[in-house]
Design a protein around this ligand. Structure first.
Ligand code: G6P
Ligand code: MG
Length: 226
């Protein structure tokens, strides 16, 4: 079996925090007179806190002085963290531990590749911190997804060639980043949204151990040429 690098996004892949981001952003946006839909929210997934607020203000045709902008970012995070505070292991998405443990049993290195600055806190809350050989989060990346930096940094830390890495992502921006890094992109979510991914599964319960074996034995390869 070849040594591969398995890289997991956090929000919406390992834990269902995507819904907390949405709730916190929508509440804050309403406060400044901007409303946005769940469809628009897809564009916020995988995108940094700062870029998310820029997009929301753009949708509402608003501009804010830097001080207010920074205050809103802090407020959003405060609100978001009230949800995170109560998180426990039961918020790990179905079959994620099964997949992580199987890959670990096959001695495959695992990394986290997330835009979130709260990644460490969340992994700690749900007790998954020690499953990962490397963690690349929003504190260690200069250019966010769809730029491949986050995943290339993860590959480097795992000492695995990017072409031997596999990325699990729920965000359009994250799938694009994985493709730009020339890694196998596995979308977790809806095919119609994540159509640029090499493979799409609605969640980890759909991913069989045989599929993981096929990745490790090079039977599953990159599909598209994005
Ligand atoms: C992830 C989420 C985004 C979020 C970003 C930053 O990529 O999908 O919705 O904006 O992380 O998260 P943070 O926890 O640092 O605000
Ligand atoms: Mg995500």
């Amino acid at each position: 079996m070849t040594k591969k690098g398995f890289i997991f996004d956090l929000d919406g892949v390992i834990v269902d925090t995507a819904k907390y981001h949405f709730l916190a952003w929508r509440k804050l946006a309403k406060g400044v007179g901007v409303d946005f839909t769940e469809i628009q929210n897809e564009q916020l997934k995988g995108v940094s806190r700062q870029k998310s607020l820029e997009k929301i203000l753009e949708w509402g045709n608003k501009t804010l002085p830097e001080e207010d902008f920074n205050r809103l970012m802090a407020l959003k995070n405060e609100d978001y963290l009230t949800h995170v505070e109560n998180m426990k292991e039961d918020e790990i998405l179905p079959d994620v531990p099964k997949v992580l443990n199987y890959l670990i049993s096959k001695e495959q290195p695992l990394a986290l590749g997330s835009a979130s600055k709260n990644a460490h806190t969340i992994l700690d809350k749900v007790n998954l911190l020690e499953k990962f050989n490397a963690i690349v989060d929003g504190n260690g990346v200069k250019i966010g997804k769809p730029n491949p930096e986050v995943f290339l940094n993860a590959a480097k830390l795992l000492t695995v060639n990017p072409k031997d890495c596999i990325v699990f992502e729920d965000a359009v921006a994250g799938v694009k980043a994985a493709n730009a890094a020339n890694m196998i992109s596995i979308g977790i979510g809806e095919q119609s949204v994540l159509n640029e991914a090499d493979y799409v599964f609605s969640d980890f319960t759909e991913i069989s151990l045989e599929f993981l074996d096929d990745i490790m034995s090079n039977k599953i390869t990159k599909q598209n040429n994005h």
